[in-house]
Design a protein around this ligand. Structure first.
Ligand SMILES: [Zn+2]
Length: 298
């Protein structure tokens, strides 16, 4: 009897890598996470709102991660040194490889006292929380998943060594100090992913393999038509990773506007909840799950 049982394949032998179930993503729950974050306004770097936003995000991620910390650091800016806070949540998995899922949560300064930044930066931050929630309920992956919510993506004057991308540059520095950069198998950045008229405009300066993977994942999620390849590169939080040799991609819809193809809501008071949708959050969330499946089985 024992011998017979011993010959039975174990569940693990039958399916060494069980696939994640993309249908578990709820755009409605993600939208609620966005709503809660964008109620904290203004939240540009160095403000009391930014600190509250960091604490809120830490509280939201903690139930779905093995540990979630706020990394506070000071960095030079054109208006003097400011305190920035990255929110970093980890889900442990099998092995030492790391997949980073990232978003920024700060908003552009100087737009309005009640500026929501619902698409830029609420949408991607809310979706990251939903992704953490969904991944928590599924089988462990063959890698660790790091949820990185960056402060200081937006520049104050013009992007440069002391302006903008503060949070992502800080995480690259930390990973380099820990000799962990080579463990990062992929960095998937989400930015402006909630537009009702979703059109992902993949920039040129991303990893080629991840680009192909993203298009395949979009097909699997049934939204291939909403994925386009931009003619341009874009300076965003994936760039410090690209420069450090980490495979990175930016799932961004850089057309947030009053008509298809326009970006006239971006960095204006019109970037509000009424211009984003649960459906778009759902679609992009499903794409990320399909990409994780591809990364888990390659
Ligand atoms: Zn922005």
């Amino acid at each position: 009897m024992l011998a017979i049982v011993g010959c039975q394949p174990t569940a693990q032998d039958i399916s060494p890598t069980r696939l994640l179930d993309a249908s578990q993503i709820s755009g409605a729950r993600a939208f609620e996470d966005v709503r809660q974050l964008v109620a904290i306004t203004p939240r540009h770097s160095g403000t009391e709102g930014a600190e509250r936003a960091a604490k809120h995000l830490q509280g939201a991620l903690t139930p779905f991660t093995d540990n979630c910390r706020i990394d506070s650091f000071e960095d030079e800016t054109p208006v003097g040194p400011l305190t920035f806070r990255n929110v970093i949540g980890m889900q442990t998995g099998r092995g030492s490889d790391i997949i980073i899922l990232a978003s920024h949560y700060d908003t552009k300064a100087g737009i309005a006292d009640d500026f929501q930044g619902a698409n830029d930066s609420g949408s991607s931050s809310g979706l990251l929380i939903e992704l953490a929630r969904v991944l928590r309920g599924q089988p462990p992956l063959p890698f660790q998943v790091m949820f990185a919510l960056f402060d200081g993506e937006e520049c104050i004057k013009a992007y440069g060594e002391e302006d903008g991308l503060h949070g992502s540059r800080q995480l690259v520095r930390q990973l380099r100090e820990r000799n962990a950069l080579s463990n990062v198998k992929a960095m998937i950045l989400l930015d402006m992913v909630g537009d009702k008229d979703l059109t992902i405009t993949l920039p040129r300066n991303v990893d080629r393999k991840l680009m192909s993977m993203a298009f395949r994942a979009a097909r699997e999620a049934g939204i291939r038509k909403k994925f386009t390849l931009s003619k341009n590169t874009i300076l965003d939080d994936h760039v410090p990773f690209v420069e450090a040799g980490v495979p990175a991609i930016n799932l961004i819809d850089f057309q947030h506007g009053s008509r298809h193809g326009l970006n006239d809501y971006w960095h204006t008071e019109n970037d509000t909840l009424e211009h984003i949708s649960a459906d778009s959050l759902q679609s992009v969330g499903e794409v990320v799950i399909h990409m994780l499946n591809a990364l888990a089985t390659e």
